[in-house]
Design a protein around this ligand. Structure first.
Ligand SMILES: Nc1ncnc2c1ncn2[C@@H]1O[C@H](COP(=O)(O)OP(=O)(O)OP(=O)(O)O)[C@@H](O)[C@H]1O
Ligand SMILES: O=c1ccn([C@@H]2O[C@H](COP(=O)(O)O)[C@@H](O)[C@H]2O)c(=O)[nH]1
Ligand SMILES: [Mg+2]
Length: 191
């Protein structure tokens, strides 16, 4: 059984930043669904490159079978990890259903780390991220935020209903956010 923590929040809320610090310090392996999709987009011979880029630019969601297979392959490649941080997934109901179908029985879902941050702050962070992402522009960000509000936030609410959400306000400096996140992990791993 793989231990899994889903890390969700609006675009630019700091998921990747916090996950890389948890990976360094707590022995979880960070798997960003977006990074895996970007790597697949660049992979020579991939049949999904154009489809993935189209979804990324439009802030829409790639079919779950593609994302889930990339995640499962990455988990198999690091099978000795203490656990996995699944960053930016599941993003909608179809993602959640596809995940259950493919991964149900193979994973122990510990909790959902929800990094909450006002959208205007998030957009500003993305516009200044400086990584050359094809979706860090005003037009794509508008669509990404719309997808987040319409499809991803309802998934967080679903997890909330079953008591799985641990919310941390990520509008604050990274060190403060990280300190609170560490407390969340300490409590979860005590049990
Ligand atoms: N707490 C913070 N305070 C200020 N800047 C931050 C904070 N956390 C992250 N950042 C910066 O904001 C930008 C976005 O952060 P990051 O890439 O971690 O977000 P993300 O949630 O993974 O975004 P996306 O959903 O677009 O992948 C980066 O430039 C990062 O350095
Ligand atoms: O599960 C996922 C994760 C991501 N996507 C697509 O990738 C971009 C970028 O994701 P980030 O988390 O911001 O790196 C996202 O807007 C989607 O288009 C996806 O389809 N499914
Ligand atoms: Mg990210």
């Amino acid at each position: 059984m793989y231990n899994v923590v889903f890390v969700l929040g609006p675009p630019g809320s700091g998921k990747g930043t916090i996950c890389s610090k948890i990976q360094q310090n707590l022995g979880y392996v960070h798997l960003s669904a977006g990074d895996l999709l970007r790597a697949e987009r660049e992979r020579a011979g991939s049949q999904f490159g154009a489809l993935i880029e189209n979804h990324i630019k439009n802030g829409s969601i790639v079919p779950v079978e593609i994302t889930c297979s990339l995640l499962e392959n990455a988990m198999i490649a690091s099978k000795d990890a203490n656990g996995f941080l699944i960053d930016g997934f599941p993003r909608n109901e179809d993602n959640l259903e596809g995940w259950k179908k493919q991964m149900g029985g193979k994973v122990n879902e510990q909790f959902v780390l929800f990094l909450s941050c006002p959208v205007d702050v998030c957009i500003d962070r993305c516009l200044h991220r400086g990584q050359g992402r094809t979706d860090d522009n005003v037009e794509s960000l508008k669509k990404r935020v719309e997808t987040y509000n319409q499809q991803t936030f309802p998934i967080i609410e679903l997890f909330e209903k079953v008591g799985m959400v641990r919310e941390v306000n990520s509008e604050r400096p990274v060190t403060e956010v990280y300190d609170d996140v560490v407390k969340v992990f300490a409590t979860a791993n005590q049990k």
